[in-house]
Design a binder for this molecule. Structure first.
Ligand code: MN
Length: 378
């Protein structure tokens, strides 16, 4: 069976998309999805074309376990991933929840920064390595595809991080996920860190036995940039969530990373398996089921993402949308009104509208007509 990861360095690099909306996304404070809702989202993610769906943290609660079971039974495309600590109990729950999945992956994590080891785990670096080795080896007895994440990897001492990666790999992990768990890294640092890991393990990576992933958080608004830098530095997988949902200020917005990779394929030299026209529908579904609203200025998805009010921009877009839109709204399935008539509008949009329906607009406010909203008299 074809694995759901790769590190092939073809001319145009295939980037594998790992969706964690149902795990890290759901960990957003105040968000809770029941198994049926998770299945609904998972089916839409399958239509979107993601490569891996992380459905939950089965050892943490019964509902996540059931959701993973349902997703495993009903999906055939993406790999289904269960998340857990590097402990016997967690691994067994992951394996059980994934029993019926066609393609499966267990994703284990352990914090590796000095701060987390001392303050949270009260473990020495040596003890942590032992836990990683034992955990990954045990998980391998159930599932072939194991991903390991050094939690807080961006604040982990680099030499120790190398030992962690070596240990996880030796125990059988094939996907190594460099996590910027608290959104600490700056983009060029993320690039450097991934590059250094890539260089250190070039033999394993070039021979196809190890692949790198990045997992970035948005505490300083840089999750998308950091993910893209990771990809430029050699990661062939990134992890993200729909709408950038997740712990605190969230994860990398899956759709924004994809938009950059697809729209600027010339720059990144990458491609994905994503059906971009499904992006808007996916986001609407996630928004509806989680209650998280889509901000008006959200890239790709917000009401204003492809809406223009000022006269010069309206003139440009009427002549050729590419003048002011780098992402074709149709390409992401965006729905909305293209033009807003306000005090910044000029004669071109008015002529355009009059040509379509003469004389009606003079008296109307907030009038929706085709692709325009009239917010004041013309
Ligand atoms: Mn996370």
């Amino acid at each position: 069976m074809e694995p759901s990861y790769s590190n092939k360095l073809d001319e145009r690099k295939r980037v594998f998309v790992f969706d964690t909306t149902l795990r890290d996304g759901e960990q957003a404070a105040g968000v809770s999805l029941n198994p049926k809702q998770k299945l609904k989202i998972a089916l839409q993610l399958e239509r979107l074309g993601v490569d891996v769906i992380e459905g939950g943290f089965p050892a943490s609660n019964e509902e996540d376990f059931r959701a993973l079971e349902m997703i495993s039974k009903n999906l055939t495309g993406p790999a289904i991933c269960a998340f857990g600590r590097a402990t016997k109990g967690d691994i067994e729950e992951c394996a059980k929840a994934l029993e019926n999945a066609k393609k499966k992956r267990i994703h284990l994590f352990l914090a590796t920064s000095k701060l987390h080891l001392d303050a949270k785990l009260k473990k020495t670096e040596e003890q942590a390595l032992e836990m990683i080795y034992n955990g990954v080896s045990y998980a391998r007895t159930f599932v072939d595809e194991i991903e390991f994440t050094p939690e807080d990897g961006s604040r982990t001492d680099l030499d120790y991080l190398f030992k962690v990666v070596r240990t996880a790999y030796d125990a059988g992990a094939r996907i190594i996920n460099i996590a910027d768990t608290v959104g600490y890294c700056q983009p060029s640092e993320m690039y450097e860190r991934v590059k250094k890991v890539r260089k250190k393990f070039s033999e394993e990576i070039n021979s196809g036995k190890m692949s790198l992933s990045v997992h970035c958080h948005n505490d300083m608004g840089q999750a998308v940039s950091n993910s893209l830098q990771g990809i430029l530095a050699g990661a062939t997988q990134f992890e993200g969530t729909i709408l950038g949902m997740g712990e605190r200020t969230g994860n990398a917005s899956l759709e924004e990373v994809i938009a950059a990779l697809e729209t600027r394929g010339d720059f990144y030299q990458t491609y994905t398996n994503i059906q971009t026209e499904e992006i808007y529908r996916t986001a609407k579904l996630v928004s509806k089921l989680t209650g998280i609203e889509i901000p008006i200025n959200k890239p790709l998805l917000g009401k204003n993402a492809s809406r223009h009010e000022s006269g010069i921009h309206q003139h440009g877009v009427l002549a050729n949308p590419k003048t002011y839109e780098v992402v074709d709204p149709k390409s992401v399935g965006w729905e909305g009104e293209r033009f807003c008539i306000g005090k910044h509008s000029g004669k071109h949009i008015k002529e355009y509208l009059r040509a379509q329906r003469r004389g009606v607009f003079g008296q109307l406010k907030n009038y929706f007509f085709g692709k325009a909203i009239v917010t004041e008299g013309l």
